[in-house]
Ligand binder design. Sequence first.
Ligand code: UGA
Length: 431
Amino acid sequence: MKLTIIGTGYVGLVTGTCFAELGNEVICADNDEGKIKTLNSGGMPIYEPGLSELVENNRRKGRLRFTHDVPQAVNDSDVIFICVGTPPRNDGSADLSAIEKVSKVIALNMKSYKLIVEKSTVPVETGEWVKTTINNYKKNGSDFDVASNPEFLREGSAIADFMNPDRVVIGVDTEKAGNIMRELYEPLRSKIVVTNIKGAEIIKHASNSFLATKISFINAISNICERTGADVAAVAEGIGMDRRISTHFLKAGIGFGGSCFPKDVKAFIHISEKVGYPFGLLKEVEKINEGQKDLFMKKIAGMLWNIAGKHIAVWGLAFKPDTDDIRSAPAIDIAGRLLDEGAVLAVYDPVAMEKSRAELGDRVKYCGDVYETAKDADCVLLMTEWNEFKEVDWLKIKGIMKQPIVIDGRNLYDPVKLKALGFRYAGIGRG
Ligand code: UGA
């Protein structure tokens, strides 16, 4: 099939590239000329394992191309995916102005039938607005359908998630649109859920909100464990073995971050209020998530006494491993708070250093590895559970630190082992 993907951000780039890999002819369009230039010259605007090789391979085979001529890209395909950003506004609602803009461009430039697919995460009823906008602006009698096809890609494993999904969700209001979408996903041989557009839009927000709820649930449990002498990891294992609950997303820590959960939970709360059903449970999910960072700060003060003037090694800045994304990253938030309290920070992340520099500026020392951060440090903070942090030479670390203190925000380390080596250790919910 001929596909146009509008928006070459994280979702658009992964979606377009994977559809090309499945044999479709894909045009990725974006009005950001700089980004298109980067992509056309073999560069990658984001870090995602395996993506640049896949882009290169499909570009070479002529199945994938990049353009900033969005109107022409609309004309050249029958199926158009909208993958533009829907950032949060101050009141928590999603800013849908980019979706409106793209809908207008499609309306003004379509000359034949188009299936317009919402891929960006949007609140329920956005599909209705896309239809209305296209009807209002279209210049001729060209027929069109709208579909909702939310993505469930995790940063760091997005290609595998696309190629081997738990399910594909398709929201359509006509048989024709349903048939096109089914054909497109047929090669994946995945389970497909077909519902109406509003149902698919709600599935996306409900999925992310449910996962965020699981994380806040286990974080709340971790606080009870900590106060009573239980180990949250054992508790999570014990409850997760019940298949109705499952062990996934039951890792306690310093809270969820990233560009999706915080934003989507907020947007779902906003929509629930708008439709007259304030979703109080999700407000509590947000509150627990924020509370994890406050508790972590208290934990640091509990181990270091005064924070001002203390040298702190920060391991990991990305909101999770295998990504350079620092949006709503707990590590960045906590680093900011520590700096405000007068701490001296030495930071290291395997891939998120450049993006962190833009956020933290020259207020911290950027290091080449964990050992450099630990030199003369009063404490190590483990913030992101990167693989390369799993195995470190603890004796070497202890030898170069001022005080042997490790505070583990992701429960990556074995407390018994670290204590045996002479460290003072604190994790999350490890009473
Ligand atoms: C999330 C969803 O998992 C995807 O299905 C969805 O498509 C995506 O949002 C999106 O809406 O675009 P992502 O934000 O990449 O994906 O990251 P996750 O792996 O879900 O992790 C989110 C946050 O939760 C991270 O900060 C992670 O550290 C935290 N987390 C995750 C925990 O604290 N504990 C856990 O057990 C799991």
